[in-house]
Design a protein. Structure first.
Length: 269
């Protein structure tokens, strides 16, 4: 006789409370009843201080489920400038904090040596570090006139590359004019981590609240549940135009949305 079915944990990215800081991310996640947090390294100086993050984790009694390596344009100098050293440090941070996932973006095209052996290097580093390194889908940069700039190597789309584990970001799929639901079906067991958000396909990476865009976030979550997905679902949304009470309300609604469509709320369709 089998035991109770395991469920995905629904976490809050600390970037979702920006311009508030990492400490506020833990505070809001604990207050609203999230299952844990994903730490966006570099969102503020505190996020890069693993010992300080560990103290926040222990104070709020809220697990860190994932660490997002500092690979954004604005975090290129966090933890130094060597991208492999930064990614290795992210795996060490994950181990110290008890997280089982590290999220990383594909290299920028100007990071030539990093990009050349990125696929193989990620696999080797994940094995050595004992964590899942899940490469995130990105998008081509689009100019106002309609042209595209391929900013990532080997590609912004990880679908046809030999990665073991992938992170699906619904806003990035929207900006790339892809269907997140199609990506779930194509990636199958390689899908290890989800950034729950939304977008309408503009050139801007919108990170809307789930259900506010065109990515059919409800159907994506239902598909995940139907497939027996056991990875984390992380709310990574833009709330920077909201004050604290409105931000808390929006993130509480997003948590209910996630749990409803994952089938975690009793009686939800």
């Amino acid at each position: 006789m089998s035991g109770p079915r395991a469920e995905s944990k629904v976490a809050l990215s600390t970037s979702s409370v920006y311009p508030e800081n990492t400490a506020a991310g833990f505070e809001v996640a604990a207050l609203l009843g999230y299952d844990g947090v994903e730490v966006m390294v570099g969102i503020d100086p505190l996020a890069a201080d693993v010992d300080a993050v560990e103290r926040l984790r222990d104070y709020h009694q809220l697990p860190v489920l994932a660490v997002h390596a500092p690979c954004l344009l604005v975090t290129q100098r966090v933890w130094g400038s060597d991208p492999w050293a930064k990614l290795k440090r992210a795996t060490e941070a994950a181990n110290q904090l008890g997280a089982d996932v590290v999220v990383v973006h594909p290299p920028f095209r100007w990071q030539r040596s990093y990009a050349t052996r990125f696929v193989e290097g990620v696999r080797a580093l994940a094995a050595a570090g004992g964590v899942t390194i899940a490469v995130e889908n990105m998008y081509p940069w689009r100019a106002p006139g309609g042209g595209e700039f391929q900013a990532y190597r080997p590609s912004w789309d990880p679908t046809d590359l030999d990665y073991d584990h992938l992170t699906l970001d619904l806003s990035h799929a929207a900006t790339a004019r892809q269907s997140a639901l199609d990506l779930v079906r194509r990636w199958e067991d390689r899908l290890a981590h989800v950034h729950l958000t939304d977008g309408n396909g503009s050139a801007k990476d919108e990170h809307l609240l789930p259900g506010r865009g065109s990515q059919r976030a409800d159907a994506v979550l239902a598909e995940l549940a139907g497939r027996g997905y056991r990875g984390h679902v992380v709310l990574e949304v833009n709330t920077n135009d909201l004050d604290r009470p409105a931000r808390e309300e929006a993130l509480a609604d997003a948590l209910r949305f996630a749990r409803k469509h994952l089938g975690q709320i009793e009686g939800a369709a």
